[in-house]
Design a protein around this ligand. Structure first.
Ligand SMILES: Nc1ncnc2c1ncn2[C@@H]1O[C@H](COP(=O)(O)OP(=O)(O)OP(=O)(O)O)[C@@H](O)[C@H]1O
Ligand SMILES: [Mg+2]
Length: 319
């Protein structure tokens, strides 16, 4: 096909920063523009939008200041508000899958009720003719808050996606030894996604981020001080990785892919890889998209801040 297949914005509303990328897809994805602004205070509480007007205005301002004209946009709701389950079903036609998923949701989602919007996505068709799918349950109020906020900002919402899928998309083109764990260390949350056999095996969220760790990182590396918060982070990560191992005949995670603002703290990255005894995939395990760093006034490591937004935009517009 000739011409641009896709042109789309990925909007990642983090607890500390809002990150926007504009991607276009020809043969390969290309980053054509990006923007970052502070998330205003009190517009979000526990992943719920508490001040829709202010958040929409902030988006409008940052888009116009950065001369971003594309309207089609994908954003995500934090895992706080979303229940995800990764399941395997026998291969079947799409119309049957829709019915099957309704039944599966009742079995797999503990608080299944009419207020829950259930969505599903086929992650992979396996060689032995099975479907790996993600079930996502999101309460209807939360999804309409996000949709309306994007509309208020003058945007054309294409999808409300989920972070684990965005993170998987962002790094899936890289050749990383499996099973691996993507670890997005943000300002207040650490999101974990395990990838095995080319699809998401499980995800988890830890309510600790750079804001909690900052002082401790400095303390830790300047002295022999043991930080309870750093230890808590490692313990929580270990618990999740051990759950994987116990379900997979003792198989261990081979690589860590660290991203988010926390990946810019070299001391923290070294600490985590040492404590877990798992190496990071590479120094710059960054998404495989075309980027003119100079024109875009971007440094390679800045991509860690933009990784969620990039993965959201890579969803593309289904055409
Ligand atoms: N250039 C930088 N060098 C070091 N640290 C940075 C840099 N830029 C941002 N950070 C740190 O990264 C954090 C923000 O990261 P990020 O944008 O991934 O968080 P967020 O997505 O807003 O939060 P969350 O994912 O927890 O909701 C800030 O707390 C800041 O300390
Ligand atoms: Mg984040």
């Amino acid at each position: 096909m000739l011409g641009t297949k896709n042109s789309i914005l990925g909007i990642d509303i983090g607890t500390s920063n809002i990150k926007i990328v504009h991607l276009k897809q020809n043969e390969k994805w290309q980053l054509v523009n990006w923007a970052l602004t502070k998330t205003p205070k009190n517009v979000m509480v526990n992943s719920r939008i508490t001040d829709r007007n202010k958040l929409a205005l902030t988006l409008k301002d940052v888009l116009s200041q950065n001369n971003i004209k594309e309207k089609k946009a994908v954003t995500a709701v934090s895992n706080h508000r979303i229940i995800t389950r990764y399941i395997t079903l026998p291969n079947m036609p799409l119309n049957e899958l829709k019915e099957a998923v309704k039944w599966e949701a009742k079995n797999h989602i503990p608080i299944f009720n009419d207020n829950l919007l259930i969505d599903t996505k086929v992650l992979k068709r396996t060689d032995d003719n099975k479907l790996k799918i993600v079930l996502a349950g999101l309460d209807k109020n939360t999804s309409s808050e996000y949709l309306n906020m994007l509309l208020d900002a003058g945007l054309d919402p294409i999808a409300i996606d989920i972070y684990p899928v965005a993170l998987e998309r962002c790094f899936s083109s890289l050749d990383i030894e499996e099973p691996y764990c993507i670890m997005d260390i943000g300002a207040s949350l650490t999101k974990l996604v395990i990838i095995k056999d080319g699809y998401i095996y499980a995800d988890n969220i830890i309510h600790l981020g750079i804001q909690n760790l900052q002082g401790n990182i400095i303390d830790y590396f300047n002295s022999n001080y043991t930080s309870p918060i750093l230890n808590e982070l490692i313990e929580e990560i270990n618990r999740f990785l051990q759950f994987f191992s116990s379900q997979n005949r003792g198989k261990n995670i081979k690589k860590l892919v660290l991203t988010g603002g926390g990946a810019l703290w070299k001391g923290l990255v070294d600490f985590i890889t040492q404590e877990l005894g798992i190496p990071s995939a590479s120094e710059f395990d960054l998404p495989d998209i075309d980027i003119d760093f100079k024109t875009l006034n971007l440094k390679k490591e800045d991509l860690h801040i933009l990784s969620n937004a990039i993965g959201l935009a890579m969803r593309g517009v289904v055409i």
